[in-house]
Ligand binder design. Structure first.
Ligand code: MN
Ligand code: MN
Ligand code: MN
Length: 278
């Protein structure tokens, strides 16, 4: 069996449900040999994950998934193998965390005032623990309170763009976030390129700007979007824009709807694996 690699997953440091050490233990149990912890806009889980990775004898890449703005749209960029002590990165992540916290509060106010869901903020905070409040935390709290049958419905009814508790986020410009990643010695990889609902023309515009700003990789094998024609399309973009390929489950939580750690098809032949550059 080829070595299992997973360069995209979340712990309780953001909106995952497993603590960093548990996540690494689970990955090792699934046969993953190279793992990147990519919590949203934070590297707080990395020390604990790195310690556990040493115990398990697997390699951990310190990483994060940054929320960035490109012409008014939100994109996710994974910064792989970053030095968390780089000042410009630390300040940048702190800024994103502050934006995230403010947005989290605003979502709670809307759920309470516009949707009549009393105590929504407090319930989500209990779910989030020490992590900054995200929409996923609200979704889980709404499910637990019986307001919706599952997290997907929470997004559909309340949280996604166009719904009453949606709050537009003011993230940092993509080029700026890519500067932080590169300054920290990391490799910028565009996460789940087919997960934004962009048209082909828009995606090409995004990719041109991404490469222009110093982006080097594309998640060719991404979480639940691993149908052969999707992988083929993304491999085509790698060739067109000279990008390396990455693979990531985007694991948040054991069980559906998430893909298990490391359970991913391989990168197509002819695509340079981004981890070879890490
Ligand atoms: Mn998430
Ligand atoms: Mn994402
Ligand atoms: Mn993710």
């Amino acid at each position: 069996m080829p070595p299992r690699i997973d360069l995209h997953c979340h712990s309780t440091a953001s909106d995952g449900t497993l603590a960093p050490a548990e996540l690494v233990r689970r990955a090792a149990g699934e046969g993953v040999e190279l793992l990147a912890l990519t919590d949203h806009d934070t590297m707080d889980g990395v020390p604990e994950a790195a310690e556990q990775a040493r115990r398990e004898g697997i390699r951990l890449l310190p990483a994060a998934e940054l929320s960035v703005d490109f012409r008014g749209r939100t994109l996710h960029v994974v910064g792989l193998n970053m030095d968390p002590d780089t000042p410009v990165l630390r300040e940048g992540l702190a800024r994103l965390q502050a934006l995230r916290a403010a947005r989290g509060e605003a979502i709670g106010r809307r759920l309470e005032q516009r949707c009549g869901l009393e105590g929504a903020t407090e319930a989500a905070r209990a779910v989030a623990g020490e992590a900054a409040l995200t929409r996923s935390h609200y979704a889980r709290a709404l499910v637990a309170a019986g307001h919706v049958p599952d997290a997907e419905q929470a997004f559909k009814r309340y949280l996604k763009r166009g719904r009453p508790a949606y709050v537009r986020a003011q993230w940092v410009p993509m080029a700026q976030a890519l500067d932080w990643i590169r300054e920290a010695g990391g490799l910028p990889v565009l996460a789940h390129p087919l997960g934004y609902g962009f048209t082909g023309a828009w995606l090409r515009r995004v990719l041109e700007a991404f490469v222009e700003a110093g982006g080097v990789g594309l998640e060719v094998v991404a979480g639940r979007r691993t149908q052969p024609r999707m992988i083929e399309q993304l491999a085509g973009y790698c060739h067109k824009y000279s990008l390396m390929g990455s693979v990531g489950s985007d694991f948040h939580h054991p069980g559906n709807p998430f893909v298990e750690l490391g359970r991913l098809p391989p990168l197509p032949a002819g695509i340079r694996p981004v981890w070879e550059a890490c």
